[in-house]
Design a protein around this ligand. Sequence first.
Ligand code: SAM
Length: 280
Amino acid sequence: MAAIDGLPPLREVIARHGLSARKSLGQNFLLDLNLTAKIARVAGDLSNSDVLEVGPGPGGLTRGLLAEGARRVLAVEKDDRCLPALAEIAAAYPGRLEVMNADALSIDPLAHLTPPIRVVANLPYNVGTELLVRWLTPPVWPPVWSSLTLMFQKEVAERIVARPGSKAYGRLAILAQWRCEAKIVLTLPPEAFTPPPKIHSAVVHLTALPEPRYPADPAVLSRVVAAAFNQRRKMLRASLRGVAPDIEARLAAAGIDPTARAEDISLEGFCALARAVSGR
Ligand code: SAM
């Protein structure tokens, strides 16, 4: 039976094009078009945005995005075996889907789109984390894009939305929450994917804020946070010794107890410390 968009069911597409899942490409496919439409809906109103989808695979999420009204989708896929299946989707939605056969880590796909841009992806987890960090670092950070809706390993999703005082709180939480509102919007069991991965997954939705929450130089903030959490069990006066020789004075200037540990410091505190380290 044809699916709601008139295209064949994904199992049939996968069988016809011989798209056996490859572990090396992190291929765990979503075959339920109701689920992919739901992910597209949590991404927000797509009718006024260009959408970047990284890793479309056989196109389940791509079909969800187009069915939910995306103005234009640019889908960047590394595996050329998926191209014929994606070409069939492009033909069903004339002028709305462009497919690029490339490694998303070696190009800047955002350069091919017109703002406002929303990014949606179900990617291998390592690639997703690396792209997230890039999209939170100048020059491709907000306002270049307006939202990111990304599937992660549940444990990584929890690190992105974590609050101070928790074990999950660290560099990812600070980078993400400094520039965005970050929320877990969906959690998925392994059986939602074909083949099922070993772990649970979660979709994180990040909405870009018009301005960073607190002023700080991005490079200095990133250096301070990396040093503080690299030795997260140490007191800050020890873990940050390499950041500035007079770190105790800088901590005091930022109103931070030098015997505190990284996970006790709020985002606001880290931004104050980054300003004190930059001498601002
Ligand atoms: N979006 C599809 C879905 O939800 O069913 C496929 C998801 S599967 C987890 C990840 C997809 O990302 C695969 O199609 C894989 O080939 C692709 N991929 C892996 N690494 C990539 C990279 N560096 N750049 C672009 N695509 C990549």
